[in-house]
Design a protein around this ligand. Structure first.
Ligand SMILES: [Ca+2]
Ligand SMILES: [Ca+2]
Ligand SMILES: [Ca+2]
Ligand SMILES: [Ca+2]
Length: 588
């Protein structure tokens, strides 16, 4: 009986060994997986969305093969901002993992980008990978994973059994065991040992096989295009070593290391996604070195990525102030913006004091620059009247230096001759000092679209000179008939206006119903733009210099409408031409 048991065990082990050999050749994502969640089950997904953040989802993975390779968790998750919420939101949650025995208990914050395609009906899909270092497993073959929301204010997230797939990356069997942060010795590019960001120790100058001296070490790392890699090599006082970085499938190195004290630093921005190589060469001496690897994502215009290097990879902007980043390996950032014929775009670029960046604007379908750039100190400005409606492009280029820039984008609805006070003389223009909306923020616009009609947008204009002339509001809104709805719909809403007095909504307030026509040109990709002028009499607010405007939908059957801070421009006198007034106020 005992012998039979041993034999069975031996057969079982040899089967496992064969399985593991075959598994080494390919990724394995078919591990036993138990799943449980107390979230709200909706169409196969468990939503974690309670205010007490007691909701969780948890998985148990068994039969994880032993080895030296790290585990890659491949996540597919849904996220949105609220019940029946908007599209495009990222998934932020806490990932907690444990192995049996309780020696390992690790919590980390995970942020997965929203990867929903434009034709995804709800736009909730997020995906990404999280690496669990093999050393965290401490030899265990079972891994418990648990996901919880970070706070009641973070996006709702949903999981199911298949939300996590464990990919055991291909093992490199000829490598010595990978012990903590002590790097194994390698001697050519083919042996490069795949590592994650972290701090490691290695050595050069000692004896290796064949009685030779260890004169080079190779490592590799996975980089996404646009990521910034920071390498730091601290060499021993008894040695002089050099640090190199090599892109995928190239035989030449990139970047230049700088040296301070005993530390060499090399920073580079990946222009290609793939496996990059790190090479450390001994020039003289010997000893232990420390290699520190840090990877940062770019976050141009809050996109969580690099603004692309071609117009096709541009990040879409709306009026506002954005921050971006340029560096030696990232010389160009492209943005796009939708302009209507006759609108004036005002661009302002500020850059670091030791950098020189260029600014240009290109027409739809063209690559030649429009307008001329004015430079003062470290600020470049460009003003241009769009002579055609469509998607225009903004290009920021690096000439020298590096660092963060700020791009301010302002659009006004009138031609520059009319908006320029010195030329028109009679009209003063104001943009809102304060704006707030509880609508669903999608690409810079707050959508009012809830059936309970609780969503609103509010603007406050301050320091408007007192006078008797009526106020003119130039309102730009987006409108459509449903989530991801059709083009050409008008924007209908209730405009509440007045000036603040004592207490909440003290002052004097009036309400009017407004319908803005849809003014989208045929070339507008979504056809949601509505625009028109509204006249607000000043007679009811003599002497007021602060004005308050609030917009709400009138009925839940009304079209969805969207606004942002720039949606209302206030004129102290009606502009002389260009637009016609669409509606007289009907005070209620
Ligand atoms: Ca070595
Ligand atoms: Ca070596
Ligand atoms: Ca960039
Ligand atoms: Ca770029």
């Amino acid at each position: 009986m005992k012998i039979r048991k041993v034999l069975t065990l031996l057969i079982f082990l040899s089967i496992l060994a064969i399985m593991s050999l075959s598994a080494f050749a390919v990724s394995n994502s078919n591990l036993t997986n138990k799943f449980q969640s107390n979230g709200d089950l909706i169409q196969g997904w468990y939503w974690l969305r309670d205010n007490n953040i007691q909701d969780y989802a948890q998985w148990t993975f068994e039969n994880i093969l032993s080895g030296d390779n790290d585990l890659t968790l491949d996540f597919t998750v849904l996220a949105t901002d609220r019940q029946n919420g908007g599209r495009g939101f990222p998934a932020d949650f806490l990932l907690i993992y444990e192995v049996p025995g309780g020696n390992v208990f690790i919590t980390q914050k995970v942020n997965l980008p929203n990867v929903s395609s434009a034709n995804d009906p709800v736009g909730y899909t997020c995906s990404g990978q999280v690496i669990i270092p093999r050393s965290d497993l401490q030899g265990a073959s079972v891994l418990f994973l648990r996901a919880e929301r970070i706070s009641p204010h973070t996006n709702h997230v949903a999981f199911n059994k298949d939300s996590i797939k464990i990919i055991e990356t291909t093992a490199e069997e000829n490598y010595p065991p990978y012990q903590g942060n002590q790097l194994p010795d390698t001697n050519n590019q083919n042996e490069a040992f795949l590592i994650q960001p972290g701090i490691y120790n290695g050595s050069l100058g000692g004896q290796i096989s064949g009685g030779q001296r260890d004169s080079e070490d190779w490592y590799s790392i996975n980089l996404q295009a646009g990521q910034i890699i920071n390498l730091q090599l601290t060499q021993p006082s008894t040695g002089y070593f050099t640090l190199y970085l090599r892109p995928p499938e190239l035989t030449s190195n990139v970047g230049t290391a700088t040296i301070q004290d005993n530390t060499k630093t090399l920073q580079y921005i990946a222009n290609i996604t793939g496996i990059w190589y790190i090479k450390i060469i001994r020039s003289s001496g010997e000893g232990e070195y420390q290699l520190s690897i840090n990877i940062q994502n770019q976050n141009d215009a809050d996109s969580n990525r690099d603004a692309g290097d071609t117009p096709e990879q541009a990040i879409a902007l709306y009026p506002g102030i954005f921050t971006g980043f340029l560096q030696r390996a990232d010389n160009v950032d492209w943005y796009s913006i939708n302009l209507q014929e006759g609108q004036t775009i005002n661009l302002q670029l500020s850059m670091p004091s030791d950098a020189s960046f260029g600014l240009s604007l290109t027409r739809p379908g063209s690559t030649s620059g429009a307008g001329s750039v004015q430079t003062q100190d470290k600020i470049k400005t460009l003003q241009y009247v769009a002579n055609v409606s469509g998607i225009w492009h903004i290009k920021i280029t690096r000439s020298s230096g590096e660092g963060e820039y700020q791009l301010s984008v302002n659009i006004s609805g009138y031609q520059s001759g009319q908006t320029d006070q010195s030329q028109s003389g009679s009209s003063q223009i104001f943009t809102a000092n304060k704006f707030y909306s509880n609508g669903n923020l999608i690409q810079g616009w707050y959508w009012l679209r809830d059936s309970a009609l609780k969503q609103y947008a509010e603007w406050t204009f301050e320091n408007v000179p007192p006078g008797n002339t009526d106020l003119t509001l130039d309102i730009t809104a987006l409108a459509t008939n449903q989530a991801d709805g059709g083009r050409g719909f008008p924007a209908k809403f209730k405009l509440i206006y007045g000036f603040p007095g004592s207490g909440l909504m003290g002052g004097v307030f009036q309400t009017m119903e407004v319908t803005l026509p849809n003014t989208s040109p045929r070339s507008d990709p979504v056809g949601y733009t509505c625009q028109g002028l509204i006249i607000v009499p000043r007679s009811f607010t003599p002497g007021a210099s602060t004005f308050f405007f609030r917009i709400e939908r009138i009925s839940s059957n009304d079209n969805h409408i969207a606004f942002n801070q720039e949606s209302i421009t206030l004129f102290t006198e009606e502009p002389s031409s260009g637009f016609s007034e669409i509606q007289k106020p009907r005070t209620k």
